[in-house]
Design a binder for this molecule. Structure first.
Ligand SMILES: [Zn+2]
Length: 436
């Protein structure tokens, strides 16, 4: 068979097995796999792949010290001929459903529910829909008896949501390498060749606490000789408020300053101005009738590859210093700023005209009849960062959009995109790995 025939066979197989593919995704969603608790879902994945009996190897090994977090890698070995190795990498872990979020779900989070052309459930979008697509693409290739010339490697890795790269690094260290990879994340089936960087930051403002009845002494001048203002107390939440406003102004300026041809390209749904600074946690004060002694914020900054991390940090620090310089208390008690606090995922740009990008854009067109859309991936994708660090270039791609409940309530993935991605993965593997 030539590539074209192989592709047609695989597409046919995928169309015929639509309901099996979607049932498989629902079953996958039904096994909770919140980060750190991936064991059960990985055992299930391993057993499924072994039961199918079509892979040349189903590798399963723990990547952590307690041996509770295994990676699964399924391999279709190349039979020789013109073609390159290819890695599909999808994380098996999901965000949790915290008890505050649970009442906001209109469906059971850990049950795959199909309705209105969507599959709902935690992880359906991020990223079990994508994992289902890569798995069934491989299955289609095997069941259609298409012999690949070079290896197709499916990586089901642990620990993406915590950004540590533990699962992907373990797979690379175990020897799974290729000249091109596709890391699965919900990109609305757009090819994300640019990865934003993101890092977390923390800022602490010190105040001075006293009984709330002293607020008048803090706010207004008192008779000469009596303590007033900062001598009495300092409201740390109020001080922090000034920085929150300043961050918002900075964010808006960044968005206007750092534009790029890929932002908002073609029919892309990913939006413009991905350079954002989001304060996501505020903690402050210790008691309802005490002037807040402290205020601490945590937040996350996303930035594009055409801006240097060091320049961003400098701009934030300068801003903090400027605001502090205008305030009697903050001048003497400057805020403590830290970044990165938990992680810093570096940026990356894969030129759109490298062979891997061209091949995948072509595979998408073969699979759907539509032109591929290249864009910037807005969310941090841990795994592509770690693959790139290990010298494995690639792009991020997957069915579903981050706005479709990823990490939030009522997460879903559109069924049609799962099917399209399955075909695109099959076509890419046939084209890139080659047919023996
Ligand atoms: Zn994800």
């Amino acid at each position: 068979v030539n590539k074209k025939e192989a592709r047609e066979k695989a597409f046919n197989y995928i169309d015929k097995h639509r309901s099996e593919i979607l049932d498989w995704l629902c079953g996958y969603v039904e096994i909770p796999s919140v980060t750190l608790h991936e064991l059960q879902v990985q055992e299930w994945t391993r057993d499924q792949l072994l039961q199918w009996g079509m892979f040349d190897k189903v590798d399963y090994w723990p990547v952590d010290a307690e041996a509770k977090r295994p990676d699964v890698v399924a391999l279709i070995s190349g039979r020789g001929g013109a073609g390159e190795k290819l890695i599909y990498n999808g994380h098996c872990d999901t965000a949790p459903v915290e008890k505050d979020q649970r009442p906001l779900w209109s469906v059971e989070p850990f049950k795959g529910t199909m309705k209105d052309g969507r599959i709902y459930g935690r992880g359906a979008n991020d990223v079990k829909g994508g994992n289902t697509a890569m798995t069934w693409a491989a299955r289609a290739i095997k069941e259609c008896e298409i012999e690949l010339a070079n290896d197709l490697i499916l990586e089901f890795v642990v620990g993406e949501e915590h950004g540590t790269g533990i699962g992907t690094d373990a797979a690379t260290e175990r020897g799974y390498r290729a000249p091109f990879c596709i890391a699965l994340e919900p990109t609305n089936c757009e090819i994300a060749s640019v990865m934003l960087g993101n890092f977390t930051m923390r800022m602490y403002v010190k105040g001075k606490g006293v009984h709330t009845s002293a607020k008048n002494l803090m706010l207004y001048p008192q008779r000469y000789g009596l303590p007033c203002g900062n001598e009495v107390a300092v409201d740390a939440i109020e001080k922090m408020d000034r920085f929150l406003h300043a961050f918002r102004d900075l964010e808006r300026q960044w968005g206007l300053r750092y534009r790029h041809p890929l932002l908002g390209a073609a029919r892309s749904t990913q939006g413009l101005a991905p350079f954002t600074i989001c304060v996501s946690i505020i903690r402050g004060g210790t008691y309802y009738s005490s002037i807040p002694e402290f205020c601490q914020i945590d937040g996350e900054v996303y930035y594009p590859p055409w801006v240097k991390y060091e320049d961003i940090i400098k701009e934030i620090k300068d801003l903090i210093a400027h605001v502090s310089a205008t305030d009697d208390w903050l001048r003497e008690n400057p805020p403590v700023f830290e970044a990165p606090v938990l992680f810093h995922q570096v940026t990356r740009e894969e030129p759109m005209d490298v062979p891997g990008c061209r091949a995948f854009a072509n595979a998408w067109k073969e699979a759907t009849g539509e032109e591929a859309i290249f864009n910037v991936f807005k969310g941090g994708c841990g795994e592509i960062t770690y693959l790139h660090k290990a010298g494995i270039p690639g792009v991020v791609f997957g069915p579903g959009d981050l706005l479709q409940g990823a990490h939030g309530p009522d997460e879903f993935v559109p069924v049609e995109q799962v099917m399209q991605a399955t075909k695109a993965f099959a076509a890419m593997a046939i084209d890139w790995c080659g047919v023996a």
